[in-house]
Write a protein that binds this ligand. Structure first.
Ligand code: ADP
Length: 401
């Protein structure tokens, strides 16, 4: 019975999930939050039981991981009796640059390369590295694997990932499109092939990962050929608080006319934009939708802007793929919000896309084909499971050793 621990380490949080790979089921999961800040706590859930909150002082990730291990192994809340029952650890790493086209077993050289990628992801890779180091420290001898958000998109052709900027920016600084959410896009693409009962290698899929962060991916024969996020996760769709694609001249305008500093522009585009700023209500679609249904015009507009952009990408990627076999909706909004799905696909009948409104209205957090029976282009709602994908990648590499 191989059990894999999946770790997703952020700047002040550490998420973990223990998965039994014999059945591919989650045994327990947790979130250590507010690490290094006051009032830190662990939210811990054993499969089939209510979540519990454990208030603990967690000044750093090492302490947080110790608390996680304690919860997983102690008498009252444990699901394993000893840490040695953990077969391997899979780490989510945001940026693998051009060096990692796939997941890798972590050794010293890999750690060095992940560190080199800090210049591409200064906010994300450092906490990922902190999480890896904490595990190496507390669980020595247990093999670890890095699974990169960017790796799946390394198959994009050069003409898709190059910006029309001076070429030396690419060769000298690595400025190009990388794409993110790769683990999710890869997972749902495989599930789509299973649902359609067709080989992934012959499918043209558009995967719409619509959460707080949102991205779309064109997948041809199982490989990413284009995606909406770019050099950073700021590009592409309008998101909860991120602007997505804008005319880059807006940045110059903000700096010149509003005298903003680089930090202020960063904050503006990443945290104060998106559907939050358009609606003036919230970054959460549930709140926005509630406001819209009460007649709030800006909330309606935010939903329209969001769906319009998704629709435009579907048109774009239909051209890129030369047709579509399936459109996938996943992540918080994609899995649960029938209004967004309906609005997005409205008017795309000319592409052969037709959804069954009844099925659409009941598709919530479970796999369902919501297209009308005779539609050639299938529309699929598929809950993502990035943790399981990371665990599978980890087992594939470590189990094969
Ligand atoms: P992220 O992982 O990027 O933080 P999520 O995938 O959790 O984001 O998506 C968050 C969004 O999904 C929010 O806008 C929220 O309104 C929406 N969402 C999440 N769960 C539900 C649900 N059960 N019903 C409707 N909307 C949901």
């Amino acid at each position: 019975m191989k059990k894999i621990l999946v770790i997703n380490s952020g700047s002040s949080s550490l998420k973990f999930q223990l998965i039994d790979m014999a059945t591919e089921t989650m045994l327990a999961k947790g979130l250590c939050d507010r690490i290094g800040i006051n009032d830190s706590f662990l939210k811990y859930t054993v499969q089939g039981r209510d979540s519990i909150i454990i208030n603990k002082v967690m000044p750093d990730h090492r302490t947080a991981l110790k608390e996680a291990i304690f919860a997983l192994t102690c008498k009252e809340t444990g699901v394993i009796s000893d840490v040695s029952e953990i077969f391997a650890v899979g780490h989510r790493v945001v940026h693998g640059g051009e060096r990692f086209h796939d997941s890798v077993i972590i050794d010293e050289e890999v750690m060095e390369t992940i560190k080199e990628c800090i210049k591409l992801a200064p906010l994300h890779n450092p906490p990922n590295i902190t999480g890896i180091k904490a595990c190496q420290d507390i669980m020595p001898g247990i093999p670890m694997v890095a699974v990169f958000d960017t790796a799946f998109h390394q198959s994009m052709p050069r003409y898709a990932y190059l910006y029309a900027l001076p070429y030396e920016l690419y060769t000298g600084y690595g400025i190009r499109k990388y794409g993110f959410h790769g683990t999710s896009h890869k997972y749902v693409a495989r599930r789509a092939a299973a649902m359609l009962n067709r080989p992934l290698e012959e499918l043209r899929l558009i995967s719409c990962h619509l959460g707080n962060g949102a991205s779309i991916c064109a997948i041809k024969n199982g490989k990413s050929v284009d995606t909406s996020m770019g050099f950073t996760p700021l590009d592409g769709l309008a998101m909860g608080t991120r602007s997505g694609t804008i005319d880059p001249a807006v940045v110059i305008f903000l700096m010149e006319r509003k005298k903003m500093t680089t930090d202020e522009v960063y904050e503006y585009l990443n945290k104060k934009s998106g559907v939050l700023s358009i609606s003036g209500v919230s970054s959460d679609f549930r709140d926005i939708q509630a406001a819209a249904s009460e007649g709030n015009e800006r909330a309606r507009l935010a939903i329209d802007v969001f769906c319009y952009r998704v629709k435009k990408y579907i048109g774009e990627y239909s051209a890129v793929l030369g047709g579509i076999d399936g459109i996938i909706f996943t992540a918080g909004i994609g899995e649960n919000n029938d209004l967004v799905r309906e609005k997005t696909l409205e008017g795309l009948e000319y592409l052969g896309i037709k959804i069954d409104k009844e099925k659409n209205s009941i598709a919530r957090g479970r796999e369902l084909d919501i297209s009308v029976g005779d539609a050639k282009e299938k529309v699929l709602v598929i809950p993502t499971n990035e943790e399981l994908e990371i665990a599978r990648e980890t087992l594939k590499l470590v189990g094969a050793k």
